[in-house]
Design a protein around this ligand. Structure first.
Ligand code: NAD
Ligand code: TDX
Length: 366
């Protein structure tokens, strides 16, 4: 029996990981989450009464709270998910990213060091490596070159973790993962936004030329990767995890439309994200060879399960989409979608003008 502190357990990956751990181990899980816009107690409703689970509302930057919690709960392991996680939000306002991702991780490291915990797993991202051209992959030795305020804040936290390992022999391991998708993902992220918009017959806002590439992993596969790193990963190491499933954003939109039998006309090209990374791809040899981790789901399987989940759990995402999210969506997409639709209208008008012109010339000749 171990007592594990999970930070950010009410978010997408954290809640999937808590369900996974309670299903597979007899550990006690303590979930510390600030319940920001991305934290949702509904994700954990089915385990609320589980004697091996406890929820504490609080921020990771609260040193006193975190220290007491680690002491009083006799925490052995910490798995640190809590973060501001959306790139677009970091472009609009980066301050919460600095506070949670950098200051919060620092406070957590200090509290964990003071209380001599056994192991600290830091959940990080492929985005710290920057952007790839059409070929190549990120390995654990690729230099850190973050391009967005989000990825810079994650890279900063990775470096803090590394410095604690080197300076204090702090027992931490870092896992960097590619884009996750699956149940309970907040509908601001591309896949759940697309599925829920399509189910609602709303346009899919596709950034730029739609040809940016992400490597997609079904979140249960990532949960199993964190499990092997927690139990078998070496202290001070970085492990990359990924789905071996590179897809362009336009392809993802087409796959979802096909599954839901909806028209391609829902795809609406909109103004690109600032500093939009072109392509991510991971070399996952190290975690496979060293820790024996294997992917279970192919993209086609994972996306089908995910679409089905969003279809079956309409109430979950409709509740989110009808709240504060409405203001966010209007601010982020209102003008972009109007402009995108205007471009389509102009194109249609131009084609119609050409056709009418051709017809009138034909008429004049005959
Ligand atoms: P999420 O945004 O869905 O959830 C984040 C959670 O952290 C929320 O429950 C939120 O309430 C909580 N939180 C935020 N600030 C907090 C604070 N100051 N104190 C306590 N709790 C706080 O994020 P996610 O997509 O589940 O990502 C989890 C982690 O995995 C993040 O560290 C992210 O950088 C990393 N990651 C995510 C992906 C992905 O595709 N989603 C890929 C690679 C890595
Ligand atoms: O409306 C959209 N239209 C669109 O074309 C949105 C929200 C996104 N996109 C594009 C941008 C990206 O190329 O889709 C791709 C995926 O976008 P996001 O879901 O925002 O993910 P990304 O920016 O790749 O970052 C994600 O993966 C790494 C997570 O949000 C991070 O937390 C994680 O670290």
């Amino acid at each position: 029996m171990k007592n594990i502190l999970i930070t950010g357990g009410c978010g997408f990956i954290g809640s999937n990981f808590i369900h996974y751990m309670l299903n597979n181990y007899d550990y006690k899980i303590i979930n510390l989450d600030a319940l920001t816009y991305a934290g949702n107690l509904e994700n954990l409703k089915s385990i609320e009464g589980n004697p091996n689970y406890k929820f504490i509302k609080g921020r990771i930057e609260d040193r006193k709270l975190v220290s007491n919690l680690i002491k009083e709960e006799g925490i052995s392991f910490i798995v640190h998910f809590a973060a501001e996680s959306h790139v677009d939000r970091s472009i609009t306002d980066s301050i919460p990213f600095i506070k949670t991702n950098i200051v919060g991780t620092h406070v957590l490291l200090e509290a964990a060091k003071e209380n001599n915990i056994e192991k600290f797993i830091h959940i990080s991202t492929d985005e710290v490596y920057g952007s790839l051209g059409p070929t190549g992959v990120f390995t654990e030795l690729t230099p850190i070159q973050p391009n967005s305020p989000y990825s810079a804040s994650k890279a900063s936290s990775d470096l803090l973790v590394r410095s604690y390992v080197e300076t204090f022999k702090f027992p931490a391991t870092i896992v960097r993962c590619t884009n996750n998708y699956g149940p309970y993902q907040f509908p601001e992220k591309y896949i759940p936004l697309t599925i829920s918009n399509v189910l609602d017959n709303q346009p899919i806002p596709l950034y730029g030329d739609g040809l940016n590439v992400r490597d997609w992993i079904y979140t249960e596969d990532f949960c199993r990767a964190i499990d092997v790193v927690l139990h078998k990963g070496r202290i001070g190491e970085v492990y990359n995890a990924g789905g071996n499933s590179e897809e362009t954003n336009i392809n993802i939109a087409k796959i979802i439309l096909k599954h839901l039998n909806k028209p391609k006309s829902l795809i609406t090209y909109v103004k690109d994200r600032l500093g939009h990374d072109r392509r991510y791809a991971m070399d996952i040899t190290k975690i496979k060879n060293e820790l024996g981790w294997q992917l279970k789901y192919k993209f086609e399987e994972g996306i089908e399960k995910t679409i089905e989940w969003y279809r079956q759990n309409k109430g979950w995402w409709m509740k989110i989409k009808s709240g504060e999210y409405l203001n966010y969506y209007k601010k982020m997409y209102g003008q972009r979608l109007q402009e995108g639709m205007q471009v389509v209208k102009d194109k249609v008008q131009k084609t119609e003008d050409i056709r009418l012109n051709r017809e009138s010339r034909k008429g004049a000749k005959s």
